[in-house]
Design a protein around this ligand. Structure first.
Ligand SMILES: [Zn+2]
Ligand SMILES: [Zn+2]
Length: 391
């Protein structure tokens, strides 16, 4: 650490320390995952960095487009075409020297593991689709970590704190028929993501800032002992024209299929070195449960041809799934659990599409009733653990 950094830093939080209940050290040790680095993600990241949150992981799958520049404080015209997460991380390091931030270009469904989420204190969703929110909701439930979420329109914004079902509704508890339809519309019959997402929602830097500030305020409230966060399962909707603020409690669905936290997990080797064939060779393992659906075969029923593939379903584009001869969408075969009869068992879990911090389940043979619950193995260190190693 250079003198140039440490000298002004001594006074950096002088005004913060005047705030009742402020704890600079607690915030410096706070680990937050921000999913989405669009207009809202920019505001959340800026706020978290300024209040002194010390460790941030930001994930976004997209690159910067011209329309992002009028709503995203961290992006510049010369950033066009660069990955959003990478640029956002770079700008925060510039804004707050010494901050530990990593930008990951990837998808919530396939590039964020339960073990990484469990190592965070809070997850903030700055997403723009029902599918991505459902994926993030599932990760937070399995990890048992609070999920804050924000959404924007041109004149209003909404922030929510989702619960685990036992205390407060989760995101899936509040799924409406129109959200189900939007989810269906974003996928083809084979479950592939459509290349073009729906109509873009009109938003401005104004509502992004409004929602972003409130999400950062909720992170503070969750981490500062004398502050009071929103109760799990609460949603706050704010409209500017006319000015209205409504807070409501979402009803918990008793039959919600998403609830349930994973028990303690074992620390396993990195996905680059772990192979299903080795795990299934253990006498007490019958099946290996993957964290997501993986495509293993493509079949064109028009041409009668079939070919093998190994790609998480969420990463398989319609273009890649099209038949090279007749260009029709091919039928996709997927697996979510592996046994001795599965293909590609000698490929590593990284080749199966897993990233560090993802969790696989090991199921015992049926006759062994003593261990019905799968054993859960974290593949490699979570991002935050690795970060701790780096100092
Ligand atoms: Zn639920
Ligand atoms: Zn064909």
């Amino acid at each position: 650490m250079t003198e140039a950094f440490s000298l002004p830093d001594r006074d950096r939080h002088a005004r913060h320390r005047l705030v009742a209940g402020w704890d600079t050290l607690a915030l410096a040790g706070t680990r937050v995952i921000v999913a989405g680095a669009g207009a809202l993600g920019n505001e959340v990241l800026k706020g978290l960095a300024l209040v002194g949150v010390g460790r941030i992981l930001v994930l976004d799958r997209d690159r910067i487009e011209a329309s992002n520049l009028v709503r995203s404080v961290l992006f510049r015209p010369h950033d066009l075409g660069r990955p959003k997460a990478e640029v956002a991380a770079e700008r925060l390091r510039d804004l707050v020297p010494g901050i530990a931030i990593d930008g990951v270009t990837g998808d919530v469904a396939t590039d964020l593991g339960v073990a990484t989420v469990r190592a965070a204190h809070v997850v903030v969703g700055c997403l723009d689709s029902v599918g991505a929110r459902l994926s993030l909701n599932r990760l937070c439930l399995r990890a048992g970590i609070p999920y804050l979420d924000g959404g924007l329109s041109a004149e209003a914004c909404q922030i929510s704190r989702y619960g685990d079902g036992s205390e407060g509704a989760c995101y899936a508890c509040g799924m409406t028929p129109s959200m189900q339809r939007r989810l269906q519309a974003s996928r083809s019959c084979a479950g592939l993501l459509r290349e073009t997402s729906g109509t873009p929602v009109p938003t401005t830097a104004v509502t992004a800032a409004l929602a972003g500030a409130q999400l950062v305020d909720q992170v503070l409230a969750l981490r500062l002992p004398t502050w009071s966060p929103m109760a799990p399962g609460t949603r706050r909707t704010q409209s500017l024209h006319p000015p209205v603020l409504i807070e409501d409690v979402l009803p918990t669905r008793e039959d919600c299929p998403e609830h349930g936290c994973l028990p303690d997990m074992e620390q396993g080797p990195a996905p680059e070195t772990l192979r299903p064939v080795d795990l299934l060779a253990r006498s007490d393992v019958q099946r290996l449960l993957l964290p997501f659906e993986v495509a293993i075969g493509l079949e064109c029923r028009a041409c009668g041809t079939a070919s093998a593939v190994l790609e998480p379903l969420a990463r398989l584009s319609r273009r890649a799934a099209a038949c090279p001869d007749c260009h029709q969408e091919r039928w996709v075969t997927t697996v979510e659990a592996l046994d001795h009869a599965s293909p590609f068992l000698d490929r590593t879990l990284a080749q199966w599409g897993l990233v560090q911090g993802q969790v696989v389940g090991l199921e015992a043979p049926c006759e062994d009733s003593s261990s019905r619950e799968p054993r859960w193995i974290a593949c490699g260190a979570s991002w935050f653990m690795e970060d701790a190693h780096h100092g």
